[in-house]
Design a protein around this ligand. Structure first.
Ligand code: GLP
Length: 250
C-alpha cells in the first residue's frame, strides 16, 4: 500500500526550521509525554535552536518527553566532539529540561553491536514506541544511517558508511581525523513503526534524493522511498530541495 506524503514547500531553510519547530512544539503541547525520534546533521540545527528558545521562554517543556536518536558513529566516545552524543548535548539537551535518562542514543562504543541494537529496540518498545520521528535525508537518499541497499525490514544494527556519506560528514571532524567507517543506526523497520514522521530537507544537494524518494521506484536503493509506505508522513522542505519534485510534477 502506498501513500502520498503531505509536502510543505517553503522559501528557505529558516522558514523550514520555523515550520518544523512549530510542528514539534504543537505535538509536544498536545502530548507532553511524547516519544520523539531525533536526527543529527546540518539540517536540524535551526530546528533545535528554535526548540531551545521556546523552552527558555517557557513556551515548551520536555520534562515528560523522551527521545531516541537515530544513530551514532561506531568507535566514538560520547565526549568526542564529532560524536552525535556531543552534537545532541550541545544543540539541544543541555539547554532544555529533558530528563537525561530519557534522552537516548545508541552506544557507539558497545563491543557487541548486535546486543546494542537489541537493547535499543527494547528501550524504544518499553517507552511505548516512537510517536513522532523527525528525519533528515542524505544526498543518496539515506535515512538515519540506512544507506542504499538497507533492507526495508532492518532493525537497529551496525552498518558500514558509504564514501559519499563519509565525505559529506567530514566537516564535523578535525582535519587530522578520519570519519568512522561504521555506525549504529535505527533500522528502516524501526523508523517505519513511528506513529508519525516529519522529514526535513533543505538545499539543492537534497533535490535528487527527495525526487527519488517521492517519485522514483520504491526500492532499498533509495531508502527514503520507503516512507511512501507510511500513512502519516509530512515533508517540510525549501524550494531548492523541492526542485526535483517540481520538475517531476510537470
Ligand atoms: C547524516 C545523518 C542523517 C542525516 C543526514 C543528512 O549522515 N546520519 O540522520 O539526516 O546525514 O545530514 P545533513 O542534514 O547534514 O545534510
Amino acid at each position: 500500500m502506498s501513500f502520498v506524503p503531505q509536502t510543505v514547500v517553503l522559501g528557505d531553510a529558516d522558514a523550514v526550521a520555523d515550520h518544523a519547530a512549530a510542528y514539534i512544539v504543537d505535538k509536544l503541547a498536545a502530548k507532553p509525554d511524547l516519544v520523539l525520534g531525533l536526527p543529527t546533521g546540518e539540517t536540524p540545527r535551526g530546528i533545535y535552536a528554535r526548540l531551545v528558545e521556546a523552552c527558555r521562554t517557557g513556551k515548551l517543556s520536555f520534562a515528560r518527553a523522551s527521545s531516541f536518536n537515530l544513530d551514532e558513529y561506531r568507535g566514538l566516545p560520547p565526549g568526542h566532539p564529532a560524536s552525535y552524543h556531543a552534537y545532541m548535548r550541545e544543540m539541544l539537551f543541555r539547554h532544555i529540561d529533558i530528563e537525561p535518562a530519557r534522552a537516548h542514543l545508541p552506544n557507539g562504543l558497545a563491543p557487541d553491536a548486535g546486543a546494542e541494537g537489541r537493547r535499543y529496540e527494547r528501550l524504544i518498545e518499553e517507552a511505548g514506541g516512537i510517536g513522532l520521528m523527525v528525519l533528515g535525508i542524505g544526498g543518496n537518499g539515506h535515512i538515519g544511517f540506512n544507506e542504499p541497499g538497507s533492507p526495508f525490514d532492518s532493525r537497529t544494527r551496525a552498518v558500514r558508511l558509504t564514501e559519499q556519506t563519509r565525505e559529506a560528514n567530514r566537516r564535523g571532524f578535525p582535519a587530522s581525523e578520519t570519519v568512522p567507517e561504521a555506525a549504529i543506526t535505527m533500522g528502516i523497520a524501526t523508523i517505519l513503526e513511528a506513529r508519525e514522521i516529519l522529514l526535513v530537507a533543505t538545499g539543492t544537494a537534497k533535490a535528487d534524493a527527495l525526487a527519488d524518494a517521492l517519485k522514483g521506484p520504491e526500492t532499498p536503493e533509495c531508502p527514503a522511498s520507503v516512507l511512501r509506505r507510511h500513512p502519516a508522513v509530512t515533508i517540510v522542505c525549501d524550494t531548492a530541495a523541492a526542485a526535483g519534485i517540481e520538475l517531476c510534477a510537470r
